[in-house]
Write a new protein. Structure first.
Length: 470
């Protein structure tokens, strides 16, 4: 990155990339209001209006921002930090946050036509059957979804789709919603994630005592689309509510579609009566796309861009990015955006350089909680069994906290999920993450030992750059 580039120039150029990717409404809502504050020590600091904006942008757009900054000339290890504007210090309530989330999703897609009723999160305008690339890896799930869309409540009920992250489950679910709404404008379509259901249940049923309103919202729909259903395993009380909602909808021949990253029988702490009901209809899986399907996805995605890549470059991406569809599309967007912003045509060498961090991730095995616990136990010379024990001496408690901290930084596990692995509560995990981060700032030897564990896991310690804990 040039020494003369400023935080203002870098952010302005990055925004040009982001505009190519996002719907105008979404850009105006989330990015037009961001102000660049500083560019120091390899980190760009951005100012946002409130804590909710920061959380939403970090959860949904952080990778897009980093890619845009790299395309704008920032180094590959550029870090992004956020600060809340002092002129907007008021915290956002849970109910307001939920309302903002619904508004944000609605702003990202065209408004539904009059007469079409929606509940929950808005369906993505891009996720239709026409834009879904079909291959041997997903053909059966695609056919099942089409059958359900043509005869909701009659073909397969429920339809349960499971696959690894970013394989197209949500795309198919949205496609069914769009197709049903198009053919039957008066039907009520509800799309929601199980995590959102849990948040609404806590907010409305437990805190506001609005149980009837919560139940009526989802028990009077015609098509019930529930994403990330494995999240139900986190709450016994929500499972009770969902059990009765499922029964009412199924008995009324209302269509239910469920998506998860695993079969129902493998969801921890999911009641057996729910497992059996989820398997009443059709259970189907989606696999990682093979080379031909990956090429088809890239060609379909490229049609939406003004810059085109040669078949040699597309082939290189398809051969080397195999983990999931989201990463595949991300590689293409990064390549197209860089070419568009710089005006330079890619060669295989330049493309390999641009995507080197992503390609590195492809060849490395995913980090799991088990591998983290093993690496930390070896570094701190404790027994692996102590990671989940109730022993509290510092010689055990500190490495356990380090393992929690690394799990938070190196995996996508949520705080409750980490707590489950270690036999601890959500609050205990959060405290551990903060304690380790604070000690690393003042204890060089302690920080070095953590970096050693990270290298043992095959990662660069730079991945531990400061990040907010939620």
């Amino acid at each position: 990155m040039s020494d003369s580039i400023t935080h203002i120039t870098l952010w302005k150029t990055a925004c040009e990339h982001i505009k190519l990717t996002l719907h105008t409404d979404a850009f105006n809502k989330w990015f037009a209001i961001i102000s660049p504050v500083s560019l120091e020590q390899g980190a760009l600091t951005l100012s946002v209006d409130n804590d909710f904006c920061q959380k939403w942008i970090e959860d949904n757009y952080l990778s897009l921002i980093v890619d845009a900054l790299r395309a704008a000339g920032a180094p590959q290890d550029i870090a992004v930090r956020f600060t809340v504007s002092e002129s907007h210090p008021a915290p956002v309530s849970a109910s307001q946050a939920a309302a903002d989330r619904r508004h944000a999703h609605a702003a990202a897609a065209p408004k539904p036509a009059r007469g079409r009723k929606r509940i929950g999160t808005a369906l993505s305008a891009c996720n239709t059957f026409d834009t879904f690339v079909v291959g041997p890896c997903n053909n059966f799930a695609y056919s099942a979804a089409q059958a359900v869309a043509k005869s909701p409540g009659m073909a397969y009920n429920p339809l349960y789709i499971y696959a690894e992250t970013a394989m197209g489950k949500t795309h198919l679910m949205h496609a069914v919603g769009h197709e049903v709404a198009k053919a039957n404008p008066d039907l009520v379509v509800a799309y929601v994630s199980a995590e959102t259901l849990l948040n609404e249940y806590i907010e409305e049923v437990i805190l506001q005592r609005k149980g009837t309103e919560f139940r009526n919202r989802y028990r009077n729909v015609d098509v019930f689309l529930v994403d990330d259903i494995h999240f139900l395993g986190k709450s016994e009380t929500l499972q009770e509510e969902f059990f009765h909602t499922f029964n009412m909808l199924h008995n009324a021949r209302k269509q239910i579609i469920l998506c998860s990253d695993r079969p129902a029988k493998d969801i921890q702490k999911l009641e057996s009566r729910l497992v059996s009901r989820f398997e009443w209809g059709l259970v189907t899986s989606m696999e990682r796309p093979e080379f031909e399907t990956r090429m088809a996805i890239l060609r379909a995605k490229q049609q939406q861009a003004s810059v085109k890549l040669s078949d040699d470059l597309l082939t290189f991406i398809a051969q080397n990015v195999t983990t999931n569809v989201r990463r595949l599309e991300g590689a293409l967007i990064r390549a197209i955006s860089y070419a568009s912003l710089t005006g330079k045509e890619h060669t295989l060498d330049s493309l390999r350089t641009l995507l080197r961090d992503l390609l590195d991730q492809e060849v490395r095995p995913d980090i799991t909680v088990d591998t983290i616990q093993k690496a930390v136990a070896e570094e701190f010379d404790i027994r692996l069994a102590d990671m989940g024990s109730k022993r509290r001496p510092a010689s055990v408690a500190v490495p356990r906290q380090v393992a929690m901290f690394l799990t938070r930084r190196l995996t996508r596990a949520s705080l409750p999920e980490i707590g489950t692995h270690f036999g601890k509560t959500h609050a205990t995990v959060l405290h551990a993450c903060k304690a380790v981060a604070n000690r690393m700032d003042v204890d060089a030897d302690f920080s070095k030992r953590i970096h050693n564990a990270v290298r043992t896991l095959g990662r660069n310690p730079s991945v531990l750059s400061p990040a907010p804990e939620q």
